[in-house]
Design a protein around this ligand. Structure first.
Ligand code: FO1
Length: 317
């Protein structure tokens, strides 16, 4: 059993590679701090990105939303002068309506996600990081912004000064995440190439999560989302610069220092290896860009091989 931590598009791609290699022996713990209420619906963008990607129905162009989408709902919303800044496609809308209805009936987000995944034929477990509401607040020179307002509404253009996760202090690790992380059969944790600040940090900040990750004597490896000083997708490198950090995999290593045993870097960043290894972790250099399904599977297999090589002899499997 492998546990992966993932946020949006980059994370979902590696999770998909892992799911092809591992099938049922994979649990993906997903960020829910991007969730928000929109026109009366609960939207869970990262859960859906992972779910659609693993279900083979993701929109390949955007990385989020459903392939072959139509936009009749959005067109009519626009005609009625409703909010169209956050685009909900017709197929995608079915997910939000169903999820919303079941949440209103008091069901847990974890149970609803499990059911939706079953319907999409996904055998890996997709686990929300918590069933309790957590919302990323992006702090900027203009004041605090709700995550989707920053990400979609303002296209990540406003310089950031920091992040907080509203509600995190009351969020609990679910029994499902707890079981996945503390189960005797879990042999490694893979931190997917998602944004360290707004996709992985919310997961790590759920009270008790870090302790659970560190309690088991299994290797934790991360894949850097930065290649040659640029993020493959999204604002990670821009955020680093705005926070006064070097936009590089070195900052990713520094961010995860004390948590991970190994960091996978792209060939473009091979010269950073000695500096990163001096931070007390091993480095493996490979092609981390995932352009095809074959790339996803190859990178997934390399993560598993790296983790296996880092497992301490005699450590519990
Ligand atoms: N991202 C956009 O850039 N524009 C959108 O209109 C948009 C709509 C959307 C609808 C459903 C969904 O699940 C995701 C959506 N996203 C959109 C992506 C989302 O904002 C980001 O993927 C994450 O929150 C960051 O990981």
């Amino acid at each position: 059993m492998i546990v992966a931590l993932a946020g949006g598009v980059g994370g979902a791609k590696l999770a998909d590679g892992l799911a092809h290699v591992l099938g049922r022996d994979l649990a993906v713990v997903v960020n829910t701090a991007d969730d928000f209420e929109h026109i009366g619906l609960h939207v869970s963008p990262d859960i859906d990105t992972v779910m659609y990607t693993l279900g083979g129905v993701a929109n390949a162009e955007t990385g989020w939303g459903v392939a072959g989408e139509s936009w009749n709902f959005l067109d009519q919303l626009s005609r009625l002068d409703g909010p169209t800044w956050f685009r909900l496609g017709d197929r995608d809308l079915a997910t939000h309506v169903l999820r919303n209805e079941r949440l209103k009936r008091g069901e847990r987000l974890t149970a609803i996600t499990g059911e939706l995944c079953r319907r999409l034929g996904i055998s890996a477990r997709v686990l929300p990081m918590s069933d309790d509401p957590v919302r990323t607040v992006v702090h900027t020179a203009e004041g605090p912004l709700a995550f989707q307002e920053y990400f979609v509404g303002r296209r990540c253009e406003v310089p950031v000064t920091g992040f907080t996760f509203a509600g995190i202090e009351n969020a609990q690790v679910t029994k499902d995440v707890q079981a996945a992380l503390s189960g005797g059969e879990t042999s490694a944790v893979v931190i997917c190439p998602s944004n360290p600040f707004v996709s992985i940090d919310p997961i790590l900040h759920v009270p008790g999560m870090r302790a659970l990750l560190l309690a088991r004597d299994v290797p934790i490896v991360a894949v850097s989302p930065i290649i040659g000083g640029a993020a493959v997708k999204g604002p990670a490198a821009k955020m680093m610069r705005e926070l006064g950090l070097e936009a590089s995999s070195k900052s990713v290593a520094a961010h995860y220092r004390g948590l991970i045993e190994g960091l996978m870097l792209d060939h473009a960043d091979a010269p950073l290896s000695p500096a990163i290894e001096s931070m007390g972790m091993k480095v493996r250099v490979t092609d981390t860009l995932m352009k095809s399904a074959t790339d996803r599977r190859r990178l997934a297999q390399e993560c598993l091989d790296f983790a296996a090589a880092l497992a301490r002899p005699g450590a519990s499997p």
